[in-house]
Design a binder for this molecule. Structure first.
Ligand SMILES: Nc1nc2c(ncn2[C@@H]2O[C@H](COP(=O)(O)OP(=O)(O)OP(=O)(O)O)[C@@H](O)[C@H]2O)c(=O)[nH]1
Length: 181
C-alpha cells in the first residue's frame, strides 16, 4: 500500500455560503444549524480515493467579497481549491468569479485544480443561480461543478473526492489513476 499523500485544500467563497457547514459535514458527518462566522479553521482527515490514501488538510477560510485581496497564505502550498457559492445568492456567484481571477493572478498559473460548488440546493424555492449558469462557469474554468446541500449531506464527499482526482491530474498522474481505479 503506497504511503498517504499529503494534500492541502482551501475552501473559499463569500460569507455565509456554507463553507464551514460543508467542511464539518465532510469531516464529522454532521450539520450544525447555527451561524458562526469563521476566521480560519484547519481540519485533517484521511480518506481513500482510487486505492490511494490521502491525508487532507482542509482550511475553512473567512468569507471574502469581490473587493477582498486574495489572502496570500492560501496562494502557496495549497494543492486545490473548493470555491463555494450559495444557489440562493447571485452576489455569492459573482464573488467566486472574482476570486477565481485573483487566484490565477496570484499563483501565476493558467489553471489550478478547482471544484466549483453551488451549495444549499435544499432551498430550491429561493434559487437565484441556475444549475446551467454554474456548469457554464465551471466549463470556462475547465473545472468540476457540483451542487450540494451541506444540510442534507447531498454530494458533499463527492466535492473532496473530485478535487483529489483533479489534483492528481494536475500532477500528471491521470494514467496511474486509471490503472488503479
Ligand atoms: N438550508 C441550508 N442552509 C445551509 C446550508 N449550508 C449552510 N447553511 C446555513 O447557512 C449559514 C452559514 O453557514 P456557514 O457554514 O457558517 O457559512 P460560511 O460560508 O462558513 O460562513 P462565514 O464563515 O461567515 O464565511 C448557517 O446558518 C448554515 O446553517 C445548506 O446546505 N442548506
Amino acid at each position: 500500500m503506497p504511503a498517504p499523500k499529503q494534500r492541502k485544500i482551501a475552501v473559499m467563497g463569500y460569507r455565509s455560503v456554507g463553507k464551514s457547514s460543508l467542511t464539518i459535514q465532510f469531516i464529522e458527518g454532521q450539520f450544525v444549524d447555527s451561524y458562526d462566522p469563521t476566521i480560519e479553521n484547519t481540519f485533517t482527515k484521511t480518506v481513500r480515493v482510487n486505492s490511494q490514501d490521502y491525508e487532507i488538510k482542509l482550511m475553512d477560510t473567512a468569507g471574502l467579497d469581490e473587493y477582498s485581496l486574495f489572502p496570500s497564505q492560501y496562494s502557496i502550498d495549497v494543492h486545490g481549491y473548493v470555491l463555494v457559492y450559495s444557489i440562493t445568492s447571485q452576489k455569492s456567484f459573482g464573488v467566486v468569479k472574482a476570486l477565481y481571477d485573483k487566484l490565477l493572478d496570484i499563483t501565476g498559473k493558467v489553471q489550478v485544480p478547482v471544484v466549483l460548488v453551488g451549495n444549499k440546493t435544499d432551498l430550491h424555492l429561493e434559487r437565484q443561480v441556475s444549475s446551467n449558469e454554474g456548469k457554464k462557469l465551471a466549463d470556462e474554468w475547465n473545472a468540476i461543478f457540483i451542487e450540494t446541500s451541506a444540510k442534507e449531506n447531498v454530494s458533499v464527499s463527492d466535492v473532496f473526492h473530485a478535487l483529489l482526482t483533479e489534483i492528481e491530474k494536475a500532477n500528471g498522474n491521470a494514467g496511474t489513476l486509471l490503472l488503479l481505479g
